[in-house]
Design a protein around this ligand. Structure first.
Ligand SMILES: Nc1nc2c(c(=O)[nH]1)N[C@H]1C(S)=C(S)[C@@H](COP(=O)(O)O)O[C@H]1N2
Ligand SMILES: [Mo]
Length: 415
């Protein structure tokens, strides 16, 4: 079941301006029927030991990208996407955090889980979960984005019926809790010359990446909680590495081993995969940081506008390099731009919600958003990005997303 335009068509607002009445031609309060109340007792409190969304929200779910069904991928080596068109604010509920697995979700008993820290350290150490929890704890809000989010794809494979879930669903944002990796490494004692750290997962993929020790000592975390509760099994229970602002692949789930050395380890995921082929035939390797990016989530692909009048344009912006400084919105395909409001909090390497009031006249409109981050970097157009990267690029697409509002009120993907 798929909801088209949740919350958007429902609000058939027809404001003549922000100060005008919400709904033109509404009846006086006395003539309005009182909304019905339930006379019988509702479901008992014990019926919901762990709360779930209302049954009528059952269409707000993760799913794979439209068109991906035809790709010969294994069910354990796949991904499902966060439905950003149905969400608001900046936090992704745990049940809707996107999934990307290379060999499915392993089932790990936390009391049996161990983290080995070895290589160029004074004292090789093995930690239990209880021992890790004795370090000082930190909680931080950060986005996590797969570098394959928003595929480059040749124009022919891009579908006009894609929603923001299809185009930007390999992105989520949560409050992550754990310990600073720097504290754990201090316990082991980093030896001089240690410049790279291997991080290895306990899943069947044995996913391994080389991380600069500078990042490990900066803001890296070893996490066991997400939005206040234990990590979901799919997010790496009982322990995951979290590297704020880095491509999602490096935040190794089900983390079991860290090894320090002078050189990168040249694993499969950083040689044959997760590199970017450039037009001159060379490949970008260790391209970690996610660049500045934004997308309008409402109105967006698959939604319908309803009656002409007032609409709020709303979306999310983020940068792996710092905070979002500015988001501009265009309703004419980039000919003119207006500054959107950034809703607090605006945090480091975190989703930022932006909003802009808009009068939709009822005709076609081409919506776009353009973010600038705290380093001054501006989100490029698709054309500018393709000119720079060439046709073989797969990862790190951060181009401006266009949504076509049609005269009939349907919204379509137009990038
Ligand atoms: N051990 C392990 N870690 C992993 C993966 C994996 O398959 N195995 N997938 C990576 C990829 S490609 C991404 S984008 C993120 C996705 O994290 P999520 O599933 O919690 O959203 O985890 C990364 N860490
Ligand atoms: Mo990924």
């Amino acid at each position: 079941m798929k909801r088209s335009n949740p919350g958007f068509s429902r609000r058939g607002l027809a404001l003549g301006g922000l100060a005008a009445p919400l709904l033109a031609g509404r009846a006086s309060a006395q003539a309005l029927p009182v909304p019905p109340a339930m006379l019988e007792q509702g479901a008992p409190v014990e019926a919901a030991p762990y709360g779930k969304p209302a049954p009528t929200e059952a269409g707000v779910v993760r799913r794979s990208r439209l068109g991906a069904e035809n790709q010969p991928i294994l069910g354990t080596a796949g991904s499902t996407l966060t439905p950003h068109g149905d969400l608001d604010g900046i936090i992704t509920p745990n049940g809707l955090h996107f999934l990307r697995h290379h060999a499915g979700t392993p089932s790990i008993a936390p009391e049996q889980h161990r983290l080995l820290v070895h290589g160029l350290v004074e004292r090789p150490l093995v930690f239990t979960m209880d021992q890790l929890r004795r370090f000082p704890t930190v909680s931080r809000l950060h986005f996590l984005e797969c570098s394959g989010n928003t595929p480059f794809f040749q124009q022919a494979r891009i579908r006009p019926d894609w929603t923001v879930q299809d185009t930007h669903g390999l992105l989520s944002c949560a409050e992550w809790t754990g310990v600073r990796l720097a504290d754990v490494l201090a316990e082991a004692g980093v030896k001089p010359g240690a410049a790279w750290m291997l991080a290895e997962g306990a899943d069947a993929a044995g996913l391994t990446r080389s991380i600069p020790v500078a990042k490990a000592l900066d803001d890296a975390m070893l996490c066991w909680a997400q939005n206040g509760e234990a990590l979901r099994p799919e997010q790496g229970y009982p322990l995951r590495l979290f590297l704020p602002g880095y491509e999602g692949n490096t935040s190794v789930k089900w983390l079991r081993r860290l090894k320090l050395d002078t050189q990168p380890f040249m694993t499969r995921e950083e040689t044959s995969k997760y590199t970017s082929l450039m037009p001159d035939g060379s490949a970008k390797q260790f391209n970690f940081t996610m660049a500045v990016k934004s997308v309008i989530t409402r109105p967006s692909g698959g939604q319908t506008m309803g009656a002409p009048g007032f609409r709020e344009i709303s979306g999310i912006a983020w940068s792996g390099r710092g905070t979002v400084r500015r988001v501009e919105v265009s309703t004419d395909g980039g000919a003119t731009w207006q500054d959107a409001q950034l809703q607090a909090p605006v945090l480091d390497k975190c989703l930022t919600r932006f909003r802009l009031p808009w009068q939709w006249q009822g005709g076609p409109a081409l919506l776009a958003s353009r973010a600038t981050d705290s380093t001054g970097e501006v989100q490029p157009t698709r054309a500018a990005l393709l000119a720079e990267t060439g046709p073989f690029h797969v990862y790190h697409y951060n181009g401006i997303q266009l949504w076509q509002v049609q005269a009939d009120g349907n919204v379509r993907n137009a990038y």
